[in-house]
Design a binder for this molecule. Sequence first.
Ligand code: ATP
Ligand code: MG
Length: 363
Amino acid sequence: MPNPSLLILPGDGIGPEVMTEVRRVVSWFGDKRGLNFDVSEDLVGGAAYDAHGTPLTDATMDKAQAVDAVLLGAVGGTKYDNLDFSVKPERGLLRLRKEMDLFANLRPAQCFDALADFSSLKRDVVAGLDIMIVRELTSGIYFGEPRGIIEEGNERVGINTQRYSESEIERVARSAFELAMKRDKKLCSMEKANVMESGVLWREVVTRVGADYPEVELSHMYADAGAMQLTRWPKQFDVIVTDNLFGDMLSDLAAMLTGSLGMLPSASLGLPMANGRPKALYEPVHGSAPDIAGQGKANPIACILSFAMALRYSFDQGEEAARLERAVEAVLAQGLRTPDLLGEENRAPVTTSEMGDAILAAL
Ligand code: ATP
Ligand code: MG
């Protein structure tokens, strides 16, 4: 069997800085665990624009389509603010998501014990929290037609349409059930079937797909009640699947239960490829953070945990992913903090590379 392939796209701002630490982690798994990847690297975003006049070349796009997983740092920066919309750095990322058809966006909300006091909620509510929100990413009210602002009588009316086909619901539901099978076998689907037709269909299709996963305990909840339950007692959930709009809100809410933007990984998955692996792009939730770029202040953990997600969801290496997560947990327990994790605490922060060193040592 050939080695699994990984395309690294460091991007802009703190992207290359955090990716430097991830590269060391990737090498560690090759050297110490015999888990070798064929790693290739390319430009994306402003870096690609500077070199090629476009935020994503066709050649890079083709590579992304061919590899087992893409790992991306971040794109954008103030330097590119005045560029034409068609070549803005963000367009590179949007093109990747669209052409790879990444319809399932996975955002974990995981609370490391050492950071439990960093949450705005009480320690016992968040300590040990480990849930995953699956947000449908390519359809729903953000894309449905008709849309626009029209004249009606003597005023204007803004219109968006929530629209979901059975196949769109089915494929994201299937991704969520597959995930649940790799986790605690518990899935909660959220919509508003009480007031929305798309919600009625959503619930029906998710239930139907569930018949293929008898081991997974499926429940349904209205999304507003879900928001309430997520802040009241989030540990009641394992995997949550929901539509694009609700997922946007619920994943931000859930993520912030646990602390800093510098800690949050994500995955975006598409249909299975010929080898059975899903099309996949892994990236930290944070952006390029131009305000701290080049100063060694960036927290590399979000990007490192994104690689842990790749290990688990693209490469079936759940135990190795857990090993990496335990290493992160250990350095946090030792008290190491990049500036974003310090808050009011009066402690000397570590740099990006010192955090990387510590994680490698913990591994
Ligand atoms: P984008 O539009 O690309 O999402 P944004 O404007 O939402 O970007 P981010 O780049 O995500 O902003 O970051 C917001 C702020 O959070 C940054 O300015 C930075 O101070 C902080 N931040 C983000 N990521 C990190 C990180 N990895 N480590 C430390 N601080 C971070
Ligand atoms: Mg942002």
